[in-house]
Design a protein around this ligand. Sequence first.
Ligand code: HEM
Length: 387
Amino acid sequence: MTESNAPVAAPVDQYAEWARLRADQPVSRDPGGPWRVARYDDVRHVLKTHGDFSSLVSERMSEDPDSAPTMLFTDPPEHDRLRALVSRAFTPRQVAAQSQQIEARCRALMADFASDERADLVTSFAAPLPVGVIATMLGVEDGDFVQFKHWSDAIFKNIGDILLATPNEASVKAADEMRAYFLDRIGELRRSPRAHLLSDLIQVDTEEGRLTDDELLMFCFLLLIAGNETTTSLIVGCTRVFHEKPELFDHLKRSRQGIPDFIEETLRFYSPFKVTLRRAARDLELAGQEIAKGELLLPMIASANRDERVFENADRFIADRSPNPHLAFGLGIHSCLGATLARLEGRIAIESMLDQLNGIELVDPTDPELDAFGAPNSIAVRLDRAA
Ligand code: HEM
């Protein structure tokens, strides 16, 4: 294994706290709160056993007559139908066809990003890249792009309340505007199909049926929620590792074939999707704890990925770790539909950094935004530009 001797930044409290939970309280909760599931085997079990651990987590959304279900928050058989329909337009071949647009987008963003010695990694590169990729897949016209990014931000920033409480005014307004925009687009695309994912989804017509306008709309929302901030976090995570282990930047610049393993280890080490949600479908027991039907659980993916019972030297970044059975993309019926796309975007983003730069550093490696839930809003970096 290639492993440098340079120390990784001291684990922030969050990682220490998860290590404590894994050791002493693998399934625990604050009074009245959801159950935190900290160990790898338990997280794996919860994600795989969808009959016991339901994805119908949002009472508000299931009761809202205007809201079509999004597959992330549904159980079989509804989930199976939606996933089968959507998967038709989300095949590895269709994802591979995105390479060119991702490369072009990366090059354009990188040209601006790398033009100064100091820049904002998030606003100049790591956030616009995935939003742009998804916008293209959904056929959002260039002129509507800024608006689309604004809706996406307003909705994601309020996602906890959207699911479990009362959404704020800004997210309701953004959702209404986005709904009107896409219903209009869907109508147009039914009349004159185009060559992009949304148009392909509209054309899907199989034994499982077709997607209704509301289901198509919910899928647009889901891509925004599931595909944007996570990919931004992956790019930020890779940059954080380059800051902590600059010799890896030099190593990958010389041997590009190491990039896929480097990305897998970053997904494990700085998992973008830290925690997900499930609801107990019956009274059950998990790691010795009695959990009542209806109670919420938080399978902590980022903690599972640091579990020393599964990963040797779990708190060390080992760029070519093998095997690397991380759970960063989930597991089971809800495992990430966009994993191939995320890996492709990650690889192209890293390649373009390696092409344009000789190194990249965080201005403030203790910035708490680095470990926030969801992607940071802004991360200042210093760039060493390639001649
Ligand atoms: C590094 C980037 C990404 C990470 C770490 C990630 C992680 C995840 C995880 C952990 C889940 C499962 C959640 C659960 O079981 O509760 C998931 C589901 C999903 N992801 Fe991703 N994701 C990423 C990027 C993307 C992208 C780029 C897209 C699409 C554009 C996408 C689309 C989806 C969809 C549609 C689901 C729901 C699948 C289902 O319910 O059957 N993701 N993702």
